[in-house]
Design a protein around this ligand. Structure first.
Ligand code: NAD
Length: 493
């Protein structure tokens, strides 16, 4: 049982403003595994004040040389890495992510991202001098945007936190982190690592909350200079509206309904292993996965059989067991949602070829069998809406042009994949898919390159040098040559 009775604000463990608590429940067993304070607006105010103070300190983090910041970020990376197994354990217990996946995304990736951004910012000059087009020169400065509210969901809580925290710290910003109430225990572990790494007080603050109240308060807080959000499209729209009104910079990583296009030359015997990660990663609770499988009509029965066989063979079980590839979904509400989509798929004429129910051997935990729907077209609800569970639809197409048209016929545009024996042909199709990222014969997210969505999948990009730029403001300092810019005395007529 994990028990915390304080929040991490201003570099200290401080008493929360309210006696209310959040109970944390294991998705695989339904047992209570932790209790933490439930933050309220007053806690968010205290966290923002601490972050503000740290940012405004004239000799503080924002003004440290990049190399000095990088050294501190390396210390934090070491402290996180020392807790890698515990991060994996906590995340998998809370949200049902199989440990085999969590070890990479939640255990290893956060420290890697911190080191990447520490190195990147230490190498990139903060100022550049340009020859002015008019007179003298101009110094173009990259300055930190300020206090950042980082609001993250429960599906990949640590890696999605670090998509924000690492570039924000590298840029010189200070951060208030608001985790989802389902995944708070890993956020408290992160706070412990921050404390051990001896970062300046107020640089990283963690405030909990349940529902949207604390997050919404942070978004509208006058002392928050930028919002970095990952979560549902619905919440993203609300946050975008608020930030638009306040003219506050915002990055939004939202939902997806990506297409996996199997070209007619695909070798299914080689492809199915990689397909698992590209379509069902983290029990289907991954924003970028290809949940619409587009199959050539000539090979439709073969593709349906291959996916059905893959789904039926996946080991479903407790997320903490090494053999598990499909764990439970994160919450009972999420299971209700997924089951409602399965019922809708059936009602709309879809034919279930694998799964479709709860695994009979698992009586505790929020499990759903990996499920495949055939005989579905792209207009059905299960092909249009994000399900966020282990449910795939296989949709037929006639030729490459139709495959691209169906892939692009979506409100979303986050990920996608193309599967083919000819990678050049795959690249050509990938260029035509209207989305933020596409994989050819696999989908391995590259932290050195930008990631994000188009359409209802979001605004802006995280990761890569572009992800650092999202935490910087540009300032031009004009240095006209002497005399220029000064009004000339008029000669007397
Ligand atoms: P959610 O939008 O309900 O909540 C995400 C976070 O935002 C939580 O911390 C929540 O408390 C907070 N929040 C909710 N409403 C808010 C508001 N109006 N103002 C401020 N904060 C608010 O999402 P979820 O159910 O936790 O996560 C699942 C969703 O996240 C899925 O739609 C998924 O596709 C999306 N997601 C997207 C990406 C991506 O990179 N594009 C990655 C992971 C998850």
């Amino acid at each position: 049982m994990y028990e915390y009775d304080r929040l991490f604000i201003g570099g200290e463990w401080v008493a929360p403003a309210s006696p209310q608590t959040i109970n944390v429940v294991c998705a695989s067993t339904e047992e209570r595994i932790g209790v933490v304070p439930k933050g309220i607006r007053a806690d968010a105010d205290a966290a923002v004040a601490a972050a503000r103070l740290a940012f405004d300190d004239p000799s503080g983090w924002a003004h440290w040389p990049a190399q000095q910041r990088a050294a501190a970020m390396f210390r934090l990376a070491d402290a996180i890495e020392a807790r890698s197994a515990e991060f994996t354990h906590r995340v998998s217990s809370q949200n049902g992510m199989p440990v085999r996946i969590g070890r990479q995304t939640e255990g290893a990736q956060p420290a890697m991202l911190l080191r990447y951004y520490a190195d990147l910012s230490a190498d990139l000059p903060a100022e550049e001098t340009r020859q002015s087009l008019v007179s003298g020169s101009t110094v173009v400065r990259k300055e930190p945007v300020g206090v950042v509210a980082a609001i993250v969901p429960w599906n990949f809580p640590q890696s999605l936190t670090m998509f924000k925290l690492a570039p924000a710290l590298a840029a010189g910003c200070t951060v208030v982190l608001k985790p989802s109430s389902e995944t708070v225990l890993d956020a408290f572990l992160l706070a412990e690592a921050v404390k051990e790494a001896d970062l300046p007080p107020g640089l990283v603050n963690v405030v909990t909350g349940s529902g949207r109240d604390v997050g919404a308060h942070l978004v509208s807080h006058p002392d928050v200079d930028k919002v970095a959000f990952t979560g549902s499209t619905e919440a993203g729209r609300t946050i975008a509206e608020q930030c638009g009104r306040l003219l506050k910079p915002v990055t939004l990583e939202l939902g997806g309904k990506s297409a996996g296009i199997l070209l007619d030359d695909v070798d299914l015997s080689c492809t199915m292993k990689a397909m698992f990660g590209a379509t069902l990663l983290n029990n289907g609770q991954t924003c970028f996965i290809s949940t619409r499988i587009l199959a050539p009509r000539t090979r439709y029965p073969e593709v349906v059989d291959a996916f059905s066989a893959m789904a039926a063979a996946l080991p479903v079980g407790n997320a903490l067991e090494e053999r598990t590839l499909i764990g439970p979904v994160a919450t009972p509400q999420q299971r209700d949602t997924v089951e409602a989509y399965i019922a809708k798929g059936k009602a709309e004429g879809g034919r279930i070829t694998a799964g479709g129910g709860r695994p009979p051997h698992l009586t505790r935990g929020w499990f759903i069998e990996p499920t495949v729907f055939a005989d579905v077209d792209n207009d059905t609800t299960i092909a249009r809406e994000e399900i966020f569970g282990p449910v795939l639809t296989v949709i037929p197409y006639t030729d490459d042009a139709e495959a691209v048209r169906i892939a692009n016929d979506s409100a979303y545009g986050l990920g996608g994949t193309v599967w083919t024996a000819d990678p050049e042909r795959g690249l050509d199709i990938a260029r035509r898919v209207h989305t933020g990222s596409v994989g050819v014969n696999g989908f391995t997210l590259d932290p050195g390159s930008p990631f994000g969505g188009v359409k209802a999948s979001g605004l802006g990009r995280e990761l890569g040098p572009e992800g650092l730029a999202a935490y910087q403001q540009l300032k031009s300092v004009y240095l006209p040559s002497s005399g220029a810019g000064v009004p000339q005395e008029r000669s007397p007529r």
